[in-house]
Design a protein around this ligand. Sequence first.
Ligand SMILES: [Zn+2]
Length: 119
Amino acid sequence: MTKTQVRQYQQDLMQLETELMEFLGLSSKASEAVELDQARMGRVSRGDAMQQQAMVSAAHQRDEKRLIAVRKALKRIESDDFGWCLECGEDINVKRLDVAPETELCLECQSIQEQGQPL
Ligand SMILES: [Zn+2]
């Protein structure tokens, strides 16, 4: 991977970090969005509101995990470890990185992990 490519991923990751922080309410912009949501919630039934809340919290957890992964990826860029699978040390396909620059594993290791097989 070239330095230019790494720099591009670094920019993507920094952008992602900002977006995720906004989603998670870690920036001042996000608290405005939450207030808007609450105003909208006033018009839905209590059951709907609770369901919505559950969905929001599931999304929240997913975003939190992603933010951690994004920050780890940024650290890997700083230490020149970006773009390699954390399990087997092979290059991660750039197509995977284009979709999700915080990707830590190559396709093979990822599918093994998703199947829950011992590594
Ligand atoms: Zn691997």
